[in-house]
Design a protein around this ligand. Structure first.
Ligand code: ADP
Length: 398
């Protein structure tokens, strides 16, 4: 069965068509600038050439119509008709406390996702538009919602409650939710495979280090803590997000700069993290790594602060798990930068970690980068959120 995976943003839409049985990618692509001048669709069949077309898309329904058109196109298409698409898997950012696992989409499910809009005002409405557009164009095709928050719903209360008046949890469900759940779930399962051990007997720490970054602690196949919170702003220092800070800083800066809470929060989301710490140099870790090697002060302080924060979370989660079997690195930076993995692991002598420098330079495969003597394993596992969504979808519709 072919599964269409849809990841809908406010003005963009990423898609992949995956053969669920063989888990092969058949085609993928991206619609950009939806509802804005200069909309463009990029479509890449695995067995063919990339096609880029600039064409108006007034809304997401237009975008999905173009995606389905490309997939069934006589020249560059990969299926003869829409009947060859067995199901659609939608990535949904926030499921609140309503969803602890993926689910078939019904009217009730759409309504329950809508109820979470307040918790993710930039993402959930866009995700819902994607669902509505697909349902309009493929009314008889089953659809599945796969939530970024679901994997973290197993966290115990002591991990998800904030130390604020309990009534705010009761009234508004203010608590830790966590994100990147599909990635943390996929990577932790792959880790068990790589280690040749049962998933349900392991203590794992997963570091998803991309532009957005989060760490999670997984015990016996269940998430017990994660670094992102009510929103993705909490936790690690990220590409442009600040991560953890003293909440009093917000009022302090509002007063000093004469800015509103909204403006400061905008800066914490878009102008902070490694971009902010480097004095505005770049949010891309590759640029900073290059400058680090040239001893540029701004890059040294930024990379050190980034690595230290990750190491601090690994320490906290080692305590939460009462030990750890393996630490897993994934996402753009975690998968590709031996340099940052080495910097982080330099803090972890107490775990008896010895890296294998040669293995630490390899890329694009699931790999153990420690020596046989290392007391704790360190793994690099390329994440594949689309494949994870296709697996979940297939599991529910087959
Ligand atoms: P997101 O999905 O959150 O946008 P990604 O997982 O694609 O992020 O990660 C993007 C980040 O990974 C960028 O900051 C980029 O610099 C970093 N990255 C990608 N490749 C490398 C590399 N070879 N070395 C260091 N950093 C890298």
């Amino acid at each position: 069965m072919n599964i269409l995976v849809i990841n809908c943003g406010s003005s963009s839409l990423k898609f992949q068509l995956i053969d669920a049985k063989s888990e092969q990618l058949i085609a993928k692509g991206l619609c950009e600038r939806i509802g804005i001048d200069g909309s463009q669709i990029t479509y890449t069949p695995t067995q063919g050439e990339k096609v880029e077309t600039v064409t108006p898309m007034k809304d997401h329904t237009d975008a999905i119509r173009l995606v389905l058109g490309a997939l069934t196109d006589e020249k560059c298409g990969v299926v003869k008709s829409l009947k060859e698409i067995g199901a659609v898997g939608h990535r949904i950012v926030h499921g609140g406390e309503n969803f602890a696992s993926s689910t078939l989409i019904t009217e009730e499910v759409v309504e329950a996702i809508r109820q979470c809009n307040d918790l993710a005002p930039l993402h959930n409405p866009a995700n819902l538009i994607g669902i509505a557009a697909c349902r309009e164009l493929m009314p008889d095709t089953p659809m599945v919602a796969v939530f970024d928050t679901a994997f973290h719903q197993t966290m115990p209360q002591e991990a998800y409650l904030y130390g604020i008046p309990y009534e705010y949890y009761e009234k508004y469900k203010v608590r830790r939710y966590g994100f990147h759940g599909t990635s943390h779930s996929y990577v932790s399962r792959q880790a068990a495979k790589l280690l040749g051990r049962e998933y349900e007997e392991l203590k794992l720490i997963v570091c998803h280090l991309g532009n957005g970054a989060s760490v999670s602690a997984v015990r016996e196949g269940k998430c017990v803590d994660t670094s992102m919170g009510l929103t993705p702003l909490e936790g690690l220092i990220m590409g442009t997000r600040s991560g953890d800070l003293d909440p009093a800083i917000i009022e302090f800066l509002c007063n000093k700069e004469g800015k509103s809470v909204g403006e400061i929060l905008g800066e914490l989301n878009k102008k902070s993290g490694v971009l902010g710490l480097s004095g505005g140099f770049s949010s891309d870790f590759r640029d900073l790594e290059e400058q680090f090697h040239k001893d540029a002060d701004f890059a040294v302080r930024t990379m050190k602060a980034f690595a230290y924060r990750v190491a601090k979370y690994i320490g906290a989660y080692t305590a939460a798990l009462n030990g750890v079997d393996a630490i897993c690195f994934t996402a753009g930076l975690g998968e590709n930068s031996g340099f940052i993995r080495e910097k982080i692991c330099a803090y972890l002598g107490y775990l008896g970690i010895t890296l294998d420098p040669e293995a630490n330079q390899k890329r694009g495969q699931d790999i153990d980068i420690t020596t046989p003597q290392s007391r704790t394993r360190v793994l690099v596992i390329p994440t594949n959120e689309e494949l994870a969504i296709a697996r979940e979808t297939y599991g529910l519709v087959k």
